[in-house]
Write a protein that binds this ligand. Structure first.
Ligand SMILES: CC(C)(COP(=O)(O)OP(=O)(O)OC[C@H]1O[C@@H](n2cnc3c(N)ncnc32)[C@H](O)[C@@H]1OP(=O)(O)O)[C@@H](O)C(=O)NCCC(=O)NCCS
Length: 176
């Protein structure tokens, strides 16, 4: 059953500062799902400063279930963290960073609603496309995105994501 069948089951809204503990809980759950629970170093204070300070580095939508659907658990059950970035070929684009719905609430249409709202946000802000990363073994999510028309830039265009870690940044900054 989706929210279209039962419109009061859940709602999606922009995150507020008081949602930071729930957002961090969901970030950790997604990291555990991706087999990297120890990778999350972020704290609630970091999220508060970086998302809700004078210069926000990210934005977030949260999905909350109505009181009688809580199953005695938290009422924020999903989120989408995003920000804007810039592509010198196509201009503004929306980058979807984290996208997650708790296991018990999957299949309700929450993910679809999050993507619907994100798509409208992207269109309204004149973004040419939405980018996101998916780990190669996460077949259910890859299929989920492909069913909605996503293309795989690694296989289709050969792009690979690289990083310089802090150690190498320090070395380069020092001119080494
Ligand atoms: C990907 C994800 C966010 C989708 O959220 P969701 O709220 O389950 O999405 P929806 O309810 O809109 O759609 C679920 C899809 O699975 C199917 N489904 C039905 N029951 C389901 C269930 N109990 N559990 C999961 N999927 C179910 C639905 O039919 C639907 O298929 P569709 O693509 O044909 O519409 C969610 O599955 C998730 O958090 N997965 C684990 C984390 C993850 O992989 N995140 C993405 C990282 S890139």
């Amino acid at each position: 059953m989706s929210n279209a069948d039962c419109p009061n089951r859940f709602r999606v809204r922009p995150a507020e500062p008081q949602d930071c503990p729930d957002i961090l809980r969901l970030i950790k759950e997604l990291a555990a799902y991706e087999n990297m629970p120890e990778a999350v170093k972020l704290t609630e204070e970091d999220l508060l400063r970086d998302g809700f300070g004078p210069r926000p580095f990210f934005q977030c939508l949260v999905a909350e279930v109505m009181q009688d659907e809580q199953k005695a658990g938290p009422n924020i059950v999903g989120f989408a963290m995003y920000y804007y970035t810039y592509d010198p070929w196509v201009g503004k684009l929306l980058y979807l960073e984290d996208f997650y719905v708790m296991d018990d609430f999957r299949g309700w249409g929450i993910g679809t609603e999050l993507l619907k709202i994100l798509s409208q946000i992207a269109i309204d802000s004149n973004c040419g496309c939405m980018h996101f990363l998916v780990v190669v073994w996460n077949k259910p999510s890859i299929e989920y995105y492909m069913r909605r028309g996503a293309s795989d830039l690694s296989t289709e265009e050969g792009w690979h994501l690289f990083k310089f870690d802090k150690e190498h940044l320090v070395r380069m900054a020092a001119g080494e």
